[in-house]
Design a protein around this ligand. Structure first.
Ligand SMILES: Cc1ncc(COP(=O)(O)O)c(C=O)c1O
Length: 419
């Protein structure tokens, strides 16, 4: 039995890798043995503003002193301000926010809202996706995490991905007909006309390899959804709040989704909160139809205060712009790493989210994990998928980033062998 009196997630308990986190500052976190780690993964992709932000901690304290307990129907300033700020970020046409405690619940409630609004049962999502661990969100999820709990909720249909480096349609991005997007249209029609409630897509699939879509992808899917009367849900849990260089990831393309699900960067991990941001045309339906969704801890006051302050920090420190500016630096440095290692590899990235995919053995990936630990570099390394994913706090400096990725390169050369 593991020595700890609680479970670790997504692992047999014997395989858990606990680390004694004590705090941090900016792009760095500290552990109980006094080490300082460069956080190139924002812990679980959530610490967008960086560690140790005093402004957010103070905002939580002020809110706790003023009003610490709430009820779902209660109204207080931080709740109103947070909703107004999220709607302003999403732009014209979005009119209501539904609050949750995290990302899975945001997708869970988006599923319910889509079903209540359309009266339809089916949903479309992609194989290389993660949408959360609750039963509905896990059913949308396409990656390995769904398998252990199948069958999930009925009616979820998975489609192939926008995986240009290994196109599932055997195409090359220079000459393809964007089959990754048009197959969503075809799938919806084959499933039965007007039967799909919603299509759930991460703007850029994150944990599954940073699969940046071609520019036409989202517009094609938007058009297909319009023709079928299906809703388009942008799962921005990972990509939102500047992660890929825009406030919301879908804003890279000329599209407007029907719902946006958010969590992680919304309060940067300083409190547990998420949301579904809902377009006016759907919100209107619930003026005279019951919104059969609810949570005891709907819009918890301290979480609302943390999120409001987080959104102010993004603005004041211009963190979305920093992500956009440093994105090409991250990709450039990873391309230099790719040239140094003795295995075939691909680099993909947008804003401060990037992947190095390498055709190395699982043993070599294991060696990489050890090398990175020795260098005190924290990031998401997945030997089964063959990817290392970079998602540093958006406050990271250019020098810190470059030094971190070069140090990663040394570890990769030691683990995979030189070119
Ligand atoms: C794209 C995406 N959606 C949803 C989730 C689930 O969020 P949570 O873990 O807060 O439930 C995640 C978490 O990694 C995610 O990356």
């Amino acid at each position: 039995m593991s020595e700890y009196p609680f479970f670790f997630t997504w692992t047999a308990q014997q395989g858990a890798k606990p680390f004694a986190l004590t705090g941090g500052q900016g792009a760095w976190f500290t552990t109980a043995d006094g080490s300082r780690w460069l956080d190139l993964g924002s812990l679980s992709y959530q610490v967008n503003v960086g560690h140790g932000n005093k402004r957010i901690v103070e905002a939580i304290k002020r809110q706790a002193d003023e009003l610490c307990i709430s009820a779902p129907n209660a109204v207080f300033p931080a709740k109103v301000e947070l909703a107004e700020r999220l709607l302003a970020m999403a732009g014209q046409g979005f009119s209501k926010v539904f609050f949750t405690l995290g990302g899975a619940e945001a997708n869970e409630n988006a599923l319910k809202i889509a079903r209540l609004y359309t009266g339809r049962l089916k949903n479309v999502a992609r194989y290389r996706s993660y949408h959360g661990a609750s039963m509905g969100a896990l059913s949308l999820t396409g990656d390995w995490r769904r398998a252990a709990l199948e069958p999930g909720i009925p009616g979820v249909v998975h489609v192939q991905d926008c995986y240009c480096d290994r196109c599932p349609f055997g195409q090359r991005v220079e000459t393809c007909k964007r089959e990754c997007a048009t197959n969503i249209d075809a799938t919806m029609r084959l499933e039965g006309p007007k039967s799909v409630a919603a299509v759930f897509l991460e703007p850029v699939p994150g944990a599954n390899g940073v699969l940046v879509p071609p520019p036409e992808y989202w517009p094609i899917v938007r058009k297909a959804c319009d023709e079928e009367g299906a809703l388009l849900v942008a799962d921005e849990v990972l990509t939102g709040f500047g992660r890929i260089g825009k406030p919301f990831g879908y804003q890279h393309w000329d599209v407007v989704p029907d719902m946006i699900t958010v969590a992680k960067g919304m309060a940067s991990g300083y409190a547990t909160i998420g949301a579904v941001i809902v377009h006016e045309r759907i919100a209107q339906h619930f003026e005279d139809h019951v919104l059969a969704c609810g949570l005891t801890y709907y819009a918890h006051p301290t979480a609302c205060a943390a999120a409001v302050e987080t959104l102010k920090v993004y603005e004041d420190e211009q963190l979305y712009a920093n992500s956009a500016r440093l994105g090409p630096v991250l990709v450039r440095e990873l391309e230099a790493v790719a040239k140094r290692i003795g295995v075939k590899s691909f680099v993909r990235g947008l804003g401060l989210l990037a992947a190095l995919e390498a055709e190395a053995t699982e043993a070599a990936w294991g060696r990489l994990g050890k090398e990175l630990a020795a260098k005190k570099l924290s990031l998401h390394v997945d030997g089964k998928r063959g990817t290392a994913i970079f998602a540093p706090p958006l406050c990271i400096g250019e020098q810190e980033l470059v030094a971190g990725v070069r140090s990663f390169g040394d570890a990769a050369v030691a683990a995979f062998g030189p070119a």
